[in-house]
Write a protein that binds this ligand. Structure first.
Ligand code: GLV
Ligand code: MG
Length: 335
């Protein structure tokens, strides 16, 4: 389904916000499909009802000699399926690769009216978004694409992180930004070979105490970037996403990483493996107990002002807005 999401406004900004009339599309997981593999394309109809977004991946993880097959496979899968309310995205190759221009021109020509979002990797600054924006404008006019195709940037270079605010504000086509921890680690010279998640060496030690085993606290490698990305996105009315979690053998760590990002303000994540779909669905939907508490706050302060006590805790205009974020999300998820 094509629904413009560029003007998605985060909730709880400024004074009490009126309840939104139309639900905003829920995008808890962007599910990656390698479209050059026929067996994977055959699974798409069954996936459509299970995921919020299906993405045909053309970039990293697709071998150089399979790029054309992946592009053709994506076009095929877009033509063969009715995606209903499920979003259809593609991750194209990066701007300085030999494949990007063909990715964009061929895909927009063939399935521009079905494609919701183009995920652009390795975005370094607003100039990258301007280029794609103009290219899309030309191709949309040429091929009579009725709804603008949105752009989603991956934040995965040190320069991109430096310029994240300008990237977010570069075009009204901007849909959101995902963290790309694998490429970002390489770009920054971090010493890891993992795709997202933590590292046992990145930790702080508790104090030495006589007769007590020394505590070790592993730290979140991505906290700084994620917070910076969320602020930049929210300031421009975009959605922030965590990205890939590569250790499929550790669903608990995957869930913890997703949850950190959800609590920090991200709206969704990538699912690279079927087992990550349910994890993402669970994590990026608010918990029933949280929703009940949030409803109590809204009910206790009908006009969103003043201060009340609930279970010994002070609530005021600010917690009213926090509650509104949770209740609005619960409503969107329930649609
Ligand atoms: C994703 O593309 C990443 O590099 O983490
Ligand atoms: Mg990457």
């Amino acid at each position: 389904m094509k629904t413009p999401t560029a003007f998605f406004k985060p909730l709880a900004i400024g004074a009490p916000v009126p309840f939104r009339e139309k639900p905003v599309r829920v995008e808890r997981m962007i599910h990656f499909v390698p479209p050059q593999i026929e067996k994977m394309r055959a699974k798409v109809p069954a996936l459509i009802d299970k995921v919020d977004v299906i993405l045909g991946n053309l970039e990293d993880a697709i071998p150089a000699d399979m790029k054309e097959e992946a592009r053709a496979g994506f076009i095929q899968m877009a033509q063969d399926n009715d995606f209903g309310d499920t979003g259809l995205w593609t991750r194209v190759n990066c701007l300085n690769s030999p494949w990007l221009l063909d990715d964009i021109t061929q895909i927009v020509a063939a399935v521009g009216n079905k494609l919701d979002v183009i995920m652009l990797p390795k975005v370094e600054g607003p100039w990258d978004i301007h280029y794609l924006d103009q290219l899309l404008a030309q191709l949309e006019a040429k091929h009579r694409v009725e709804t603008p195709i949105m752009i989603h940037a991956i934040l995965e270079t040190a320069e991109g992180v430096n310029n994240v605010e300008a990237i977010c504000g570069a075009s009204p086509r901007m849909h959101g930004v995902s963290l790309g921890p694998a490429d970002l680690a390489a770009s920054r010279g971090m010493k890891t070979t993992r795709v997202g998640g933590g590292h046992p060496g990145y930790r702080v030690l508790g104090d030495i105490q006589e007769g007590v085993e020394r505590a070790i606290y592993q730290q979140d490698l991505w906290h700084y970037t994620m917070a910076k990305m969320v602020d930049a996105c929210m300031a421009h009315g975009l959605k922030a996403f965590y990205g890939p979690f590569g250790d499929f053998s550790d669903p608990e760590a995957c869930e913890a990483q997703f949850l950190n990002s959800f609590l920090l303000g991200c709206m969704g994540t990538w699912s690279l493996h079927p087992t990550q779909i349910d994890i993402a669905k669970r994590v990026f939907s608010p918990e029933v107990a949280e929703v009940k508490m949030a409803l109590r706050i809204l009910e206790a302060m009908p006009d969103g002002t003043g201060a009340v006590m609930i279970d010994g805790k002070m609530q005021d205009d600010a917690t009213w807005k926090q509650a509104k974020v949770i209740v609005d999300l619960a409503r969107q998820v329930a649609v």
